[in-house]
Design a protein around this ligand. Structure first.
Ligand SMILES: N[C@@H](CCC(=O)N[C@@H](CS)C(=O)NCC(=O)O)C(=O)O
Length: 205
């Protein structure tokens, strides 16, 4: 088994979190290298795209969180073997990436500029993506985004719904997902209760 080192920020969320959960669910040992924002600032320029996460596999650096989810998901039974279900899975991960990108662009803003940008997002892209993801979940029966069991798409969407509903994003109402996409909020609770996810968080407490 290769040596895996995942480098991401030191919080339980964001683009790194589904990869951490997938590694744990797959029973694959990995080094969970967690950086402060200051530490990232010092090494940012040394990463291929000035961003995290990066995954080192026997010292070889790879980027792109959804590609990492797919890679670990395939090893851990969290990525569909069926092409159509794999398409559903990828579609959701890419949609979550798009939304992360829109939100990420507001992180450098402050005060009034931040408020205006976030309010615009709430009325615009965040609403579009919440409704859209809710629709993708309904299309597959309402429980999982692809197939009939947990996949990395569920882990990635779960992290996004949890974040949007946490109240930690300034100017994003914590009840927005509940109002626009109640199926996604139920999905968040379902994934949070999955034994593989519970087992992962038990290691964090
Ligand atoms: N498409 C990339 C996006 C990576 C990305 O934007 N990461 C953010 C953190 S979640 C980052 O490192 N931002 C720091 C910066 O842009 O300076 C992926 O999916 O891994």
């Amino acid at each position: 088994m290769p040596a895996y080192k995942l480098t991401y920020f030191d919080f339980d969320g964001g683009r790194g979190e589904p990869i951490r959960i997938a590694f744990h669910a797959a029973g694959i040992d990995f080094e969970d290298n967690r950086l402060t924002f200051a530490e990232f600032g010092e090494m940012r320029k040394s990463t291929p795209f000035n961003s995290l996460p990066i995954l080192e596999i026997d010292g070889v650096v790879v980027t792109q969180s959804s590609a990492m989810c797919r890679y670990v998901g395939k090893m851990g039974g969290l990525y569909p073997a069926d092409d159509m279900q794999a398409l559903y899975c990828d579609e959701v991960m890419d949609a979550v990436e798009d939304l992360s990108h829109h939100i990420g662009r507001t992180f450098s803003l402050k005060d009034e500029a931040l408020r205006l940008a976030r309010e615009e997002l709430v009325d615009g892209w965040i609403s579009v993506f919440l409704r859209g993801l809710d629709g993708l979940l309904t299309r597959n029966g309402g429980e999982y985004f692809a197939g009939d069991d947990l996949t990395v798409a569920d882990l990635k969407a779960y992290g996004m719904t949890r974040w949007l509903s946490s109240g930690s994003l300034d100017h994003v109402p914590a009840d927005l997902a509940q109002r626009l996409a109640p199926g996604l909020v139920k999905h968040q609770a379902r994934i949070e209760a999955d034994p593989r996810v519970v087992a992962y968080y038990a290691t964090r407490s």
